[in-house]
Design a binder for this molecule. Structure first.
Ligand SMILES: NC(=O)c1ccc[n+]([C@@H]2O[C@H](COP(=O)([O-])OP(=O)(O)OC[C@H]3O[C@@H](n4cnc5c(N)ncnc54)[C@H](OP(=O)(O)O)[C@@H]3O)[C@@H](O)[C@H]2O)c1
Length: 348
């Protein structure tokens, strides 16, 4: 590819606006435009940040211009001038948008975890299967929970033979800016019937894995927390072995509760509020004191910042699909250093 990769970000909400900012930090790609459906504060913010603003259809142009918000054109006009579209529209809408994207065969397509797996040629997790996505026409970056589970599973799987994974997901009810979602006073089974869909989603990337997940949703907006139990098929794995692997692992940070006083998501986010744009934590956070090995089984608690954990994976997916960087490690190193991911984040 000659010059920088030209990217459209369709959907400028929780994920889209973060991906757009992250693209701007790369030296091998540019945001040509972002697409918004509603002429609201989010559209004004996109303009204020200097993004070219596009809308889904010609009808939407009138809707925006009545409110005085100038737009650069429609999604289809934007697609004429890009190499990649990152679809960050609400779950299920990506599949509908695909019908538009396929009219632009030169444009590679990246979808998010709210879409069904068959929306794309490959479900993507940088640490697990970057090379599978090389030069493909489309990829689906798996959901925030699945990205968190896969970061742990693929990191451990590179060092130990995993025989099975069982995980309980404690999910946040809504993102901080969302005003219509709940529950606000209940812990809901999500779903009541086991297994939850997260295990199936993990299997879209590692189909051979024996994994069962269960999930509840709780009244918080900050982060998800997972309790994960990993059984190994060989005995002799120690807590120290696990900690050594996690200490060296990319995109995973250990937080020492006894040393820092951090015992939950409010404190994690408080650190990020002081140190990070939008209090984002794209790293998977593993609570070091919870790491426990009993016979052949590891148990631990980990936390997932749902708004930002998939952002590095979207950047890597752009490089993989375009083939501009065939080496996963090189792409991830570049992404991690530009986004400021840090192994030492919670050591302050
Ligand atoms: N939020 C998370 O925690 C999270 C984590 C990982 C993955 N994901 C996945 O990422 C995807 C996006 O989720 P999100 O949370 O970022 O959603 P979101 O905050 O609701 O943002 C969606 C954006 O898409 C725009 N949009 C709606 N209809 C559109 C259309 N027809 N054409 C173009 N844009 C349209 C919305 O525009 P308006 O605001 O103008 O209406 C909004 O800017 C979903 O697949 C979701 O499952 C979300």
């Amino acid at each position: 590819m000659v010059g920088k990769i030209r990217v459209a970000v369709n959907g400028y909400g929780t994920i889209g606006k973060r991906v757009a900012d992250a693209i701007r930090l790369q030296d091998d790609m540019d945001v040509v435009g972002v697409v918004k459906k509603s002429p609201d504060y989010g559209a004004l913010l996109a303009l204020k940040k200097g993004f070219n603003l596009y809308v889904p259809t010609q009808d939407d142009i009138d809707k925006f211009e009545i409110t005085g918000i100038q737009v650069s054109g429609t999604l289809e006009e934007l697609l004429e001038n890009v190499d990649v579209v990152v679809d960050a529209t609400p779950g299920g809408m990506g599949a509908k948008n695909k019908q538009i994207y396929t009219r632009f065969p030169h444009v590679k397509q990246i979808f998010q975890g709210g879409e069904k797996p068959d929306v794309a040629e490959v479900s993507f997790s940088s640490l697990c299967n970057y090379k599978e996505a090389l030069n493909k026409a489309s990829a689906r970056v798996v959901s925030c929970n699945t990205t968190g589970l896969l970061r742990l599973i693929c990191t451990l799987g590179n060092h130990f033979k995993i025989s099975r994974v069982r995980a309980v997901l404690i999910r946040r009810a809504a993102d901080p800016r969302e005003v219509k979602k709940g529950p606000i006073n209940s812990i809901n089974l999500n779903p009541p019937r086991l297994p939850s869909h997260h295990a199936l989603d993990v299997k879209t990337v590692v189909p051979w894995l024996d994994i069962v997940t269960a999930a509840v949703v709780v009244p918080t907006t900050l982060m998800h927390v997972h309790h994960v139990a990993v059984r190994f098929s060989e005995g002799g794995v120690t807590r120290e072995d696990i900690l050594r692997v996690l200490e060296d692992a990319r995109r995973i940070v250990l937080v020492k509760s006894a040393v820092t006083g951090i015992k939950g998501t409010a404190q994690l986010i408080e650190v990020a509020r002081d140190l990070r744009p939008r209090n984002d934590i794209p790293e998977l956070v593993v609570f070091e004191d919870s790491v426990h090995v009993e016979k052949d089984e590891l148990m631990l608690f980990q936390a997932v910042h749902q708004e930002s954990i998939v952002v590095p994976e979207n950047i890597d997916a752009i490089r993989a699909l375009t083939g501009i960087e065939p080496d996963p490690e090189k792409s991830m190193s570049k992404t991690d250093s530009t986004l400021g991911l840090s192994k030492k984040f919670f050591l302050l």
